[in-house]
Design a protein around this ligand. Sequence first.
Ligand code: PLP
Length: 396
Amino acid sequence: MVVATGRLDYLGDVLDELKAQGLYRELRVLESEQGATAVFDGREVVNLSSNNYLGLTTHRALKRAAIEAVERYGAGSGSVRTIAGTMSLHQLLEERLAAFKHTEAALTMQSGYAANVGAISTLLTDKDVVISDALNHASLIDGIRLTKAARKIYTHKDMDALEAALKESGGYAHRIVVTDGVFSMDGDIAPLREVVELCERYDAISYVDDAHASGVLGAAGRGTTNHFGLDGRVDVQIGTLSKAMGALGGYVAGTQNLRDLLIQRSRPFLFSTSHPPAVAAACLAAIGVLEGEPQLIERLWENTRYFKDGLARLGFDTGASETPITPVIVGEPDRTTLFSERLFELGVFAQAIAYPTVARDKGRVRTIVTATHTEEELSCALHAFEQVGRDMALIG
Ligand code: PLP
């Protein structure tokens, strides 16, 4: 029998308020592989909402590596890293990641979110200042909120504003400039060369979160640092293993001292169990695929160009996107949700992203094409966008 005390009844009011504002999220349920087409809520759709950029979630090499790891080491790791949960696979993965990113060392965490929260809260003290792009990801914002450091937010990608913030912050022990490499809601790329040059000029630490650039930009998907030819000049690089890498996790790549200090102080690392062996093994296999199958990234970019050109020809506002993340701007939250629902009825899943994740009038459906979409699937999706766009008078 389920017993409810009634003490949580007020939560119903909170939920009603969210519903009234059009901000209530329903979970779509995936009943198939996370493929280019997939079954959500019983319906087969063209899937434009996953971060499975290269199709690695179902790549043979990752699946085989995961199965072998389960058979050899079991289903779980059984401990946090600092007690009994550091397995040889974890260490091997970290060595491979450091080599891949051209850094001295790397440390994995349970997710990209944990990597940002753990790294930022370890790096900053009350004597420091963090200078952060206004459109940085929530995991960076949450990491910053956990620190006692002073904070300055600069206008998105505005290098004059960043320089002004650096000039004003000479009195702190350390200054750290934090930016997404690829911005997750708009798909635009940080001006990393300028950011790094400013950091060098003002002796500030540079920190880039490459969650959406890993496996997408740079040679073999090494990320924005490599894409801009800045290897060796970015102090802290965050990557995720959950998106293009096809499995789960995050990592911090940088110096050996950075890795060693994170092991001592990063709270998600210290107080949460390490990855199951299958995850570490799949990530190791993913690095091999990135290095051995360059055609996957080429295909991702071909599909990106095809889809973006199609949306532009139809007259949609796709903002400032430069990567496979392409937002289609709709506006107010309820119109955005309706747009996404209409697309779904026509067999296309493009998630609505509305306020407070983005500004109230900048609600959008966010599309992400992958290497595994066929031209036919993308063309079907464009037809659906055209139909709903005309019905809702978003395009002429
Ligand atoms: N950083 C950015 C920019 C992201 O978009 C995300 C994913 O949503 C993360 C970090 C978190 O990564 P993960 O999903 O591995 O926790």
